[in-house]
Design a protein around this ligand. Structure first.
Ligand code: G3H
Length: 255
């Protein structure tokens, strides 16, 4: 860890721990806004943190996004994954297939040589369809597995960027803007104080459930995400943050 000390990454970690209520933080070198390979470095750090937290027959829930896709790419097989089950954290949020939790979950499990289950539910659900779909035995079974996750790994996004990428309908877009959302995670949108101002209706893990998961790892970097990370961490209960220097430098700035 001498190199990380020399690079000032350790110092950034100490400062973040003082300023934000995180259980632990890992800062990797670089800024993923500038250099795409930095996401893979966060992925590498995340993979080793997951291995460190595995107990044996864990259920690992993962969200979507480009950062989580990088985590999946960096996953390596390990005997520890023999009895691990990977599941998507929530149903579709309007992402393209490469950014969907299902896709990333399957990829990560294959790379880990673990097992996975997927959620086959449409993205946009009416209230009645939602009710009947969660009663389907096959869906219910996967939902129960998701709700008993022991590890959750998720991304954090800038609210506007995420809402635009997911082709959010105009009324919802307006709500997100008017309520000054700055962060997004799990399909929940948060203002700068960490209050939920909007939520995408879908099955799977809900924010209340996340609070009871023993190990929650948030992976998000890039200077442009600092505000989002800060807002999300305000309401999170003891999460492990994996970020990059770009975001970390903004996070420790006195404002
Ligand atoms: O769920 C998506 C995340 O909130 C952020 O996505 O990793 O592509 O920035 P990203």
């Amino acid at each position: 860890d001498m190199m990380r000390e020399v690079l000032g990454l350790k110092e950034l970690e100490r400062k973040i721990k003082k300023k934000l209520p995180v259980e632990d933080v890992i800062v990797v070198a670089g800024d993923s806004d500038q250099s795409p390979w930095v996401k893979r470095e966060m992925g590498r750090a995340c993979v080793s943190r997951i291995k460190h937290s595995l107990k044996g027959n864990d259920i690992v829930a993962v969200t979507g996004g480009t950062t989580l896709a990088a985590v999946a790419e960096m996953m390596t097989p390990d005997l520890k994954y023999r009895d691990v089950l990977f599941v998507p954290a929530r149903g579709g949020l309007g992402e393209d297939v490469t950014n969907q939790a299902n896709t990333i979950c399957a990829r990560m499990a294959e790379k880990a040589m673990g097992h996975y289950r997927l959620l086959h539910v449409p993205d946009q659900l009416s209230a009645e369809t939602y009710q009947s779909i969660i009663e389907e035995p096959a869906i219910r079974e996967v939902l129960e597995l998701i709700k008993s996750s022991t590890i959750v790994i998720h991304g954090i996004g800038d609210a506007k960027t995420m809402a635009e990428r997911r082709k959010t309908p105009p009324e919802e877009m307006k709500k997100i803007e008017q309520n000054e959302a700055v962060a997004e995670a799990f399909g929940y949108y948060f203002n700068q104080h960490g209050d939920v101002v909007h939520k995408v209706n879908t099955v799977g893990i809900q924010l209340e459930d996340v609070r009871h998961v023993p190990c929650v790892i948030a992976v998000a970097g890039g200077a442009s995400k600092a505000k989002a990370i800060q807002a999300y961490i305000k309401q999170a209960n003891q999460c492990i943050l994996i970020t990059d220097e770009g975001a970390a430098k903004q996070l420790v700035r006195d404002d």
